[in-house]
Design a protein around this ligand. Structure first.
Ligand SMILES: C[S@@+](CC[C@H](N)C(=O)[O-])C[C@H]1O[C@@H](n2cnc3c(N)ncnc32)[C@H](O)[C@@H]1O
Length: 348
């Protein structure tokens, strides 16, 4: 059947009838994709979850059982403090990779000694003094790189998240850094592979160009880094809070984390460095604990760090956020555990 352009498609009677009376035999076998509980059908155009706050639309008799299509019943908690934390987090500023609003609301401690970022910064400054060219991968808003100057005559930074480009370019211009927009796939640790099979993963830079590659909180392909480094060039990388250990925000809120953040499902760093031929000269790891002291801090992170819960949405998560808020008040905070990893490697 072809509908006339611009006119609504005619609905056959059989489908219209199903729309009016949802078949109870069908409803009985349905489960909420969010929580797995059964669904109720009190009206002809919605299915309501009996376990969580979501309800799903029914379009022309066809249930749309997608979490992204669901509405969330909004619960009135009469909890002014909860509402205040939420409103503050939503209104708080965020640009580039500037998380300074979190300050005392979200604190990170290490298992042993000073945070690895201090070792990274110190070593990066040392290496920068000995080089004539540097590439910073995934520069964010350029905040971190700008703290490491002075920079060598050729300084290039890649960024793939569009809103960050102008922030980075403006911040880094005075230091003479050229900002490039790169495909988000250049953060894929597998690189383009033989035969340039995934060309979008290729760094848009020439072979044997840089003395130093920096990557802080940014995944990359060691094979691509080896290609753009000059012989005897070095890569220094710091990964922060990857592969969480123990309970995560996603666990506490029954949300979906990015798969690569889960233990055993992320970047096999050792193997990809081995394949690249880069020689690792320093590898340090450090356990970290991050404590959210109020629900506003957790919401701020969830709004701006999309890989913590990939389908985060304030309305959908409202009930669960309120439960976590009560827990934070009871326990004085919510703590997740992760680790940081510092690697330095040389191109032979
Ligand atoms: C975590 S930031 C780190 C930036 C910088 N290297 C640093 O150490 O502060 C690294 C990458 O995360 C990505 N990113 C940052 N904010 C994002 C957002 N809200 N959505 C999607 N990706 C984002 C960007 O591609 C960015 O290059």
């Amino acid at each position: 059947m072809i509908a006339a352009r611009g006119s609504p498609m005619a609905i056959p009677h059989a489908i219209k009838d199903r729309h009016v009376n949802m078949d109870q035999n069908l409803v009985r076998v349905l489960a909420c994709p969010q929580c797995g509980e059964t669904l109720d059908c009190h009206s002809d155009d919605r299915l309501t979850c009996t376990g969580c706050s979501l309800s799903y639309p029914v379009h022309d008799g066809i249930p749309a059982l997608l979490i992204s299509a669901a509405d969330a019943r909004s619960t009135e908690f009469n909890d002014p403090e909860f509402e205040k934390f939420l409103a503050e987090a939503v209104a708080a500023p965020f640009s580039g990779w500037d998380l300074s609003w979190l300050a005392d609301r979200c604190t990170t401690t290490t298992d042993d000694g000073p945070p690895l970022v201090e070792a990274y910064d110190g070593r990066a400054r040392e290496l920068l003094q000995q080089t004539s060219s540097v590439l910073d991968l995934g520069t964010g808003g350029g905040e971190h790189l700008s703290r490491l100057g002075p920079l060598p005559p050729l300084a290039v930074a890649t960024e793939s998240y569009r809103p960050n480009l102008s922030v980075a370019a403006e911040r880094l211009a005075p230091a003479g850094v050229h900002v490039l927009q790169a495909d988000p796939n250049t953060h894929h640790s597998g690189g383009p592979q033989p035969g340039n099979r995934w060309p979008e993963r290729r760094l848009p830079l020439a072979d044997n160009t840089f003395d130093l590659v920096l990557a802080s909180s940014s995944a990359f392909s060691p094979m691509e880094v080896a290609r753009v480094l000059r012989p005897a060039g070095r890569v220094l990388s710091l990964e922060n809070g990857v592969e969480w250990r123990g309970e995560t925000l996603a666990d506490a809120l029954a949300g979906t984390p990015a798969e690569w953040t889960m233990p055993g499902r992320g970047w096999d760093v050792g193997e990809t460095f081995r394949q690249s031929g880069l020689q690792i000269v320093n590898w340090r790891e450090q356990g970290t604990s991050t404590t959210y002291r109020d629900i506003g801090a957790a919401v701020y992170m969830l709004l701006h760090v999309p890989w913590l819960i990939v389908d985060f949405d304030l309305a959908h998560y409202r009930d669960r956020l309120h439960s976590l808020h009560e827990r934070i008040q009871r326990e004085g905070g919510f703590t997740t555990r992760g680790y940081a990893r510092l690697i330095e490697a040389v191109k032979p």
